[in-house]
Design a binder for this molecule. Structure first.
Ligand code: NAP
Ligand code: MG
Length: 522
C-alpha cells in the first residue's frame, strides 16, 4: 500500500483556546523558554555549511526594545552566489526524488511542528509582536501548508488524476508535472512562519531547490523552520537560508541568469521592482523567469441597512485591528450606508476603545507595530488622516518600550482620500458613508488593489449581486475579511494585490512546476 492511501483527507489544524488556563500557562512557559535564547547568534545555511558572518542583522523585540531576539548572520553578494551554486547542485539530485518521498518530508515537518507548536509561537510573540491567538494561528497555518502541499504534490504526481487526457487510439498519453529549477523565496515579516513555510515548502515539494531570503525583521523564526527541516532529514542544499538586504542580495538573486523563478510576498513597491528586474534577460539565461508576486491590499467591509449591525461592527474591528492591522487582508476601510451609518460608527468606536494595548507576551489585544520605519509611516498617515476625516478613536502613539500605536478610527472619509487609497499597514481604520449599498460597493471597488473584502447584509438578492460585483480575490459575506484558512479559502488578490496565486488552493503548486506531455505510439 502506498503512503498516500494511509493519509486522511486534509483538515485544518485546530486553534488553541487560551481562555483555558492550562493553555495559557503552557504558552507562558514556552515564552520563558524562548527568552533563554535571546541574544543568540545564527548562521547562514548554504548547502551543508553553516556560515557565521561578521555583519549581523539585529532582530529586536518590537514590544520591548531592550530585548534582542537574535543576531543573525547577514549575506552579501558573494555568499548569495555560493547559495545559488549550492541550490543548483542540490537540484540535480532533489529533482529525481519521487514526489511521494518529497511529500513525506513535509508530513514529517508538520508532525514535528505540531509537537513544538508553542515553542514556535513563543518566538513569534517575541520577534514579531503577535499576541497568543495571532501567533498560534500563524503556527497552525504553517502546519496546514505543510500538510496541504504534501497532499497536493501527491495528487499532481498521479498520472491522469490531476489532468485527465482525452484517449487517442494507438497512443499512450500522459501529462507529468516536473520541477522548474532553483527558486528565490522572499517572504514578508507579517506571517513570519506561515508564509515563509508555505512559500518554501510549496517550491521544495514540487521538486525545486531554493534560496530563502527571510524578511530582515523576522529572521530568527525563519531560522527555526530551516533547522526543523534539517532535523527531519531534508538533504542539504534544498533550502539555503540567506538573510540579507533585499536591495543587495535580493536584486543580485532576482537578476541571476540561473534563477528559474522568484516567489515573492510583500509590498506593491518591492513586488513591482522585482517584476521589472525579473523580466530582464541576463547573459546566458535560457528561460523566462517565472514570478509569483503576492502584494498589498486596501481591503474593506461594506455594510447595508439590513445587516446584523453588531456582527458587522465586530467584524470591522477584528479585521482592522487584528495584529495591529498588519495583514495584507486587513479591513482598513469600511463603507456604511447612510441609514445605519451613525449606529455602526458608534459601535465600531466603542469596540475599538476596549482594545487594551500592551506587551505581546502578556497577551494584550493590541501590541506594537513591527519596526521604527513602520511606526513613523503609520504616525504620518494618522496625521494625514486628521485632515481627511473626523478622528473618533486613538490618533497617536501609545505608552510602552516599543512601537506602540493607538488603534485609530477616522469617520466621514472621502473615497479618494489618501487614507482610503494607500496601504497604511497599521492600526488605522477609515470609514466612509454611502447613500445606498450599490454606492458603498462602488466605493469599495475604487482602489488599485483587490485582495479581500466583505459584504454585510441579510438580503439574498443583494448578496448575490455583491458576490458578482465586489472585485477581489477573497470575498466574504457576513464575516470578517481576515483569517483565510488553507484549503477552504485559497488566497491571493487581483490588480496591484498581485498574481492571484491562490496559496492554500489546488492551483498553487502548478506555479512551481512545468507540465510535460508524453505521447507514446503503441
Ligand atoms: P516588503 O518591504 O515588500 O518586504 C518583503 C520581502 O521583500 C522582505 O523579505 C524584504 O527584505 C524583501 N525585499 C525588499 N527589497 C527587495 C529587493 N529589492 N529584492 C528582493 N527582495 C526584497 O514587505 P513587508 O514590509 O515585509 O510586508 C508587508 C507587505 O506585504 C504589505 O504590503 C502586505 O500587504 C504584503 N503582504 C501580502 C500578502 C499577500 O498574500 N498578498 C501577504 C502578506 C503580506 P527586507 O526585509 O530585507 O527588506
Ligand atoms: Mg519591509
Amino acid at each position: 500500500m502506498s503512503i498516500v492511501t494511509n493519509r486522511s483527507p486534509f483538515a485544518n489544524e485546530p486553534f488553541v483556546d487560551f481562555k483555558l488556563e492550562e493553555n495559557r500557562i503552557a504558552m507562558e512557559k514556552a515564552i520563558a523558554k524562548a527568552k533563554e535564547a535571546l541574544n543568540a547568534e545564527y548562521p547562514l545555511h548554504i548547502g551543508a555549511e553553516k556560515i557565521y558572518t561578521e555583519a549581523k542583522i539585529q532582530s529586536r523585540n518590537p514590544g520591548n526594545l531592550d530585548e534582542v531576539v537574535g543576531y543573525v548572520s547577514k549575506a552579501n553578494r558573494e555568499l548569495a552566489e555560493k547559495a545559488m551554486q549550492a541550490a543548483l547542485a542540490a537540484f540535480e539530485t532533489w529533482k529525481k526524488v519521487p514526489a511521494a518521498d518529497r511529500a513525506e518530508y513535509l508530513f514529517k515537518a508538520a508532525k514535528r511542528l505540531r509537537e513544538r507548536k508553542h515553542e514556535f509561537s513563543a518566538t513569534m510573540i517575541l520577534e514579531s509582536g503577535k499576541n497568543y491567538a495571532e501567533a498560534d494561528a500563524d503556527t497552525a497555518e504553517a502546519i496546514d501548508f505543510l500538510e496541504y502541499y504534501a497532499r497536493e504534490m501527491i495528487r499532481l504526481s498521479r498520472i491522469n488524476e490531476a489532468q485527465p487526457l482525452t484517449a487517442v487510439a494507438g497512443e499512450d498519453n500522459k501529462l507529468r508535472y516536473i520541477p522548474l529549477g532553483v527558486g528565490i523565496v522572499i517572504p514578508p515579516w507579517n506571517f513570519p512562519l506561515a508564509i515563509c513555510v508555505g512559500m518554501t515548502s510549496a517550491a521544495v515539494v514540487s521538486g525545486n531547490t531554493v534560496v530563502l531570503k527571510p524578511a530582515s525583521t523576522t529572521p530568527v523564526i525563519a531560522h527555526m523552520f530551516v533547522e526543523l527541516m534539517e532535523e527531519i532529514g531534508l538533504p542539504p542544499g534544498v533550502i539555503n537560508y540567506l538573510p540579507g538586504s533585499g536591495a543587495e542580495v535580493g536584486d543580485y538573486l532576482t537578476g541571476h541568469p540561473r534563477t528559474r523563478f522568484v516567489s515573492f510576498t510583500g509590498s506593491k513597491e518591492v513586488g513591482l521592482h522585482i517584476s521589472r528586474l525579473a523580466a530582464e534577460t541576463a547573459p546566458g539565461q535560457i528561460w523566462i523567469k517565472r514570478l509569483v508576486a503576492e502584494m498589498g491590499g486596501k481591503d474593506g467591509i461594506v455594510v447595508d441597512e439590513t445587516a446584523d449591525l453588531d456582527a458587522a461592527a465586530q467584524a470591522i474591528v477584528a479585521s482592522a485591528f487584528g495584529f495591529q492591522g498588519q495583514k495584507c487582508s486587513a479591513g482598513s476601510r469600511a463603507f456604511i450606508v447612510e441609514a445605519v451609518y451613525d449606529q455602526v460608527v458608534e459601535k465600531v468606536a466603542a469596540l475599538t476603545k476596549r482594545l487594551a494595548i500592551g506587551l505581546p507576551e502578556e497577551n494584550y489585544a493590541a501590541g506594537p507595530v513591527i519596526d521604527e520605519t513602520s511606526f513613523r509611516r503609520i504616525l504620518d498617515y494618522i496625521e494625514i488622516g486628521k485632515s481627511e476625516g473626523r478622528l473618533l478613536v486613538g490618533g497617536g502613539k501609545a505608552e510602552g518600550n516599543g512601537y506602540y500605536i493607538q488603534p485609530t478610527v477616522f469617520a466621514d472619509v472621502d473615497g479618494k482620500a489618501r487614507i482610503m487609497q494607500e496601504e497604511i499597514f497599521g492600526p488605522v481604520l477609515a470609514i466612509g458613508k454611502a447613500k445606498d449599498w450599490r454606492e458603498a460597493i462602488a466605493l469599495y471597488n475604487d482602489t488599485e488593489f483587490g485582495l479581500t473584502g466583505s459584504f454585510f447584509s441579510r438580503d439574498e438578492a443583494r448578496i448575490e449581486e455583491a458576490l458578482d460585483t465586489m472585485h477581489c480575490g477573497n470575498l466574504y459575506v457576513n464575516r470578517k475579511c481576515t483569517g483565510a484558512l488553507v484549503g477552504a479559502h485559497p488566497f491571493g488578490g487581483f490588480n496591484m494585490s498581485g498574481t492571484d496565486s491562490k496559496a492554500g488552493g489546488h492551483d498553487y503548486l502548478l506555479q512551481f512546476t512545468q507540465a510535460k506531455a508524453l505521447s507514446v505510439k503503441k
